[in-house]
Structure formats: C-alpha cells, structure tokens
Ligand binder design. Structure first.
Ligand SMILES: C[S@@+](CC[C@H](N)C(=O)[O-])C[C@H]1O[C@@H](n2cnc3c(N)ncnc32)[C@H](O)[C@@H]1O
Length: 209
C-alpha cells in the first residue's frame, strides 16, 4: 500500500507511523472543529460521534467539550482504532466512549446523534453525497454535521500530488463541498476558515438537518 492510501486506511507498521504523524499535524484542527461544533449546537448534546478519528485526538476533544455526552468513534482502520483506544483509555473503560470498526453505516450504533464530526475524511468518500445523506438520516432532529477539511491548494505538496492518482477526491472551493451537503438534503450550511484567508490552517463545514 502506498503512502497516499495509508491516509485513507492506515494499516500495518507504516499506518501506525502515519497515525502518529496525524496526531501531531492535525491536532489543532481536530480541537478547533470540536469547539466549532459545540459553539453551533445550542444545548442538550447527549450523543456525539466522530467518523474517521484516526489517532483519536478529536475524540479526546469531543469528550472534553461535551462532558455529559456519550461518544462513538468509528473508523475503517483497526490500527487507528487501537491508537484512539490508547489515547482515550479512561473514557473507554468508563463506558463513555465506544470504538467501532466500520464506515458511515456503523453510525447506527450512536443514532440518533446530536453531532457527527469527520475531519480530513471527506477526500476518501467515493460517493460523498450518499455518505452525507446517510449521516443525515442518522442525526436527530436538531443534528449537526461538522466536516473539517482543507482545500486542495492549501494542502501539503505530497497530498496535492499523490492523493488524486490514489483515487482520493480533493476540492478546489468551499462551494463544491457545500453543494455535496445541500444535495444530500442538509438544510443550512455554513463554512468557517481557521486562520487567515491567505494561509488557512483548515476549514469546517457545519450543516444542520
Ligand atoms: C487522514 S485520516 C484523519 C484522521 C483524523 N480525523 C485527523 O484529522 O487526524 C482519515 C481517517 O479516516 C478513516 N476513514 C477513511 N474513510 C473512512 C470511512 N468511510 N469511514 C470511517 N473512517 C474512514 C481512516 O482510516 C483514517 O483513520
């Protein structure tokens, strides 16, 4: 498996190394998206899920941000689930965090969710409208989808070069991402940029049912 594929489904020794790199490189965005989700959901958050938590920094942030909530972490990679488990061992043993191997359909375990967060996962969905529509169907009536991502031109050179040939989808504009959510049936969609517009550190799309 090449390096680009490792980001979409980390496995083996290289996958574990990539996971440790993501824990450092993506931590700030993960924490910021969790804060944005909290700021944009009025109250009463009881069920929160993260799709593709990778090494589990975002789960750690969600557990801290929503101390009353039950949290689910769902990832296709067993190597990443092991890192998420290690990073959030206390929450797992306390029964607050459930980790499941799988894709969007495994979200059923946490449905109806108040918030679903997915950071740097969008690029790996072959049919993002179908994935978002499925997430929408598993959100509660006041549910919020928070998608953290980076536009193609702001990504590291390696990703810009190697992701498309590996079959990963990169996006040039926020409008393209918004259109996916509205086509999937989301009612209201908002984008926020982290950092300056010239050198964004990432962005979030917040979409409500
Ligand atoms: C680039 S990593 C991002 C990890 C973490 N969210 C972060 O920002 O550091 C993408 C993660 O999503 C997982 N993933 C990819 N496609 C997925 C899917 N359809 N459902 C759930 N997880 C998925 C991968 O296994 C990997 O852990």
């Amino acid at each position: 498996m090449g390096l680009a594929q490792q980001f979409g489904h980390p496995s083996g020794f290289l996958g574990a190394v990539v996971g440790r790199g993501m824990a450092k490189g993506n931590a700030e965005l993960s924490r910021w998206v969790a804060q944005q989700a909290s700021a944009h959901h009025d109250s009463g958050v009881e069920r929160v899920a993260e799709l593709g938590p990778g090494p589990g920094v975002g789960l750690e942030a969600l557990l801290a941000q929503f101390p009353e909530a039950q949290v689910w972490g769902i990832d296709v990679s067993s190597v990443m689930l092991a890192q998420s488990r290690k990073r959030n061992r206390l929450a797992v043993s306390a029964g607050r965090l459930t980790l499941l191997e799988g894709g969007v359909s495994a979200l059923r375990a946490g449905a109806p969710a108040d918030i679903v967060m997915a950071n740097h996962v969008l690029y790996f969905w072959r049919d993002p409208v179908a994935e978002m529509a499925q997430i929408r169907s598993l959100l509660g009536p006041r549910g919020l989808l928070a998608i953290g991502y980076q536009l193609k031109q702001n990504m590291p050179a390696m990703a810009q070069r190697r992701f498309p040939p590996a079959g990963h989808q990169l996006y040039d504009t926020d409008d393209e991402v918004t259109k996916l959510a509205t086509t999937a049936g989301f009612g209201s969609v908002k984008q926020i940029v982290k950092g300056s517009a010239d050198a964004p550190e990432g962005r979030v799309m917040l979409a409500t049912v």
